[in-house]
Design a protein around this ligand. Structure first.
Ligand SMILES: NC(=O)c1ccc[n+]([C@@H]2O[C@H](COP(=O)([O-])OP(=O)(O)OC[C@H]3O[C@@H](n4cnc5c(N)ncnc54)[C@H](OP(=O)(O)O)[C@@H]3O)[C@@H](O)[C@H]2O)c1
Length: 242
């Protein structure tokens, strides 16, 4: 028996990095996963990897900042599975590492649009499936700079503070529908985004995405029923599970 047998999960940005590792972990535990991203080739490759290990996966090319793409995405999930148990709001962009005094407005708007507004758009559509069935788990990817601000993290940090706030507000709103909503800071993880943020760093000093999936499994599984409005650190779980 897998931890997620019969559960359907949608993971935004599931084509690479942390989102792909979460999709792989969920599929390994018997979950049916649907992934989306903007680049089709990476989605195809990620899906092929999951299927090669016997996992069930489907995918949609979708830009989550576009309401039409998001509606199409949720329609695909509904038509294929008829339900949705877990939403992982993982897709995100870094934006420039400029101080706020020099931060370009267009980049600010783009980062907030992808990291916060698009998360709202996807969540709102997902709630249309979760609320009538009175069950669901929503997991929002946050960041250390979404809890304590640091210089030169600009719109990325502000958007992740927004994600933490969004998590608390929504958790309070949907608790009577048995929908739990939590935030996870993955901590520094060996991905493209991290390499872009810290080009001088040796990536091998960081955990790989597949090493930090424990907390995401917990939050997707029945073990976390009743846990809502909380902020987690994947690194704490890395220590606990070792
Ligand atoms: N890696 C770390 O050290 C770290 C630390 C703290 C927090 N985080 C958070 O963890 C999450 C995953 O990060 P990561 O490092 O795995 O990032 P990543 O390697 O850059 O992957 C980001 C994923 O999001 C997708 N994406 C980006 N914009 C999108 C859009 N508009 N529509 C749909 N998909 C989109 C990307 O695919 P396409 O480009 O093809 O769309 C890709 O699949 C993010 O929320 C990040 O903020 C990461």
């Amino acid at each position: 028996m897998g931890l997620l047998d019969g559960k359907v999960a949608l993971i935004t940005g599931g084509s690479r990095g942390i989102g792909k590792a979460i999709a792989q972990a969920y599929a390994r535990e018997g979950g049916k996963v649907h992934i989306c991203a903007r680049r089709e080739s990476a989605l195809q490759a990620a899906a092929a990897e999951i299927r090669a290990h016997g996992g069930e996966v489907s995918w949609c090319k979708a830009d989550i900042t576009k309401v039409r793409d998001v509606r199409r995405l949720l329609k695909a999930v509904r038509e294929r599975y008829g339900t949705l148990h877990v939403l992982v709001n993982n897709a995100s962009i870094l934006g420039p590492r400029d101080p706020i005094a020099n931060y370009p407005l267009a980049a600010w708007e783009e980062v907030v649009k992808v990291n916060l507004t698009a998360l709202f758009i996807v969540t709102k559509e997902a709630l249309k499936l979760m609320m009538p069935q009175r069950e669901g788990s929503i997991i929002n990817l946050s960041s250390g700079v979404g809890r304590i601000g640091r210089a030169r993290w600009g719109a990325y940090a502000a958007s992740k503070f927004g994600v933490e706030g969004f998590t608390q507000v929504l958790a309070d709103e949907v608790k009577d529908w048995n929908i739990r909503v939590n935030a996870v800071n993955p901590g520094g993880t060996r991905t493209e985004m991290r390499a872009q943020a810290y080009p001088e760093e040796d990536p091998m000093t960081l955990p790989a995405p597949d090493e930090i999936t424990e907390v995401f499994l917990y939050l997707a599984s029945a073990d976390s029923v009743g846990t809502t409005g909380k902020s987690f650190d994947a690194r704490d779980w890395l220590r606990k599970s070792n």
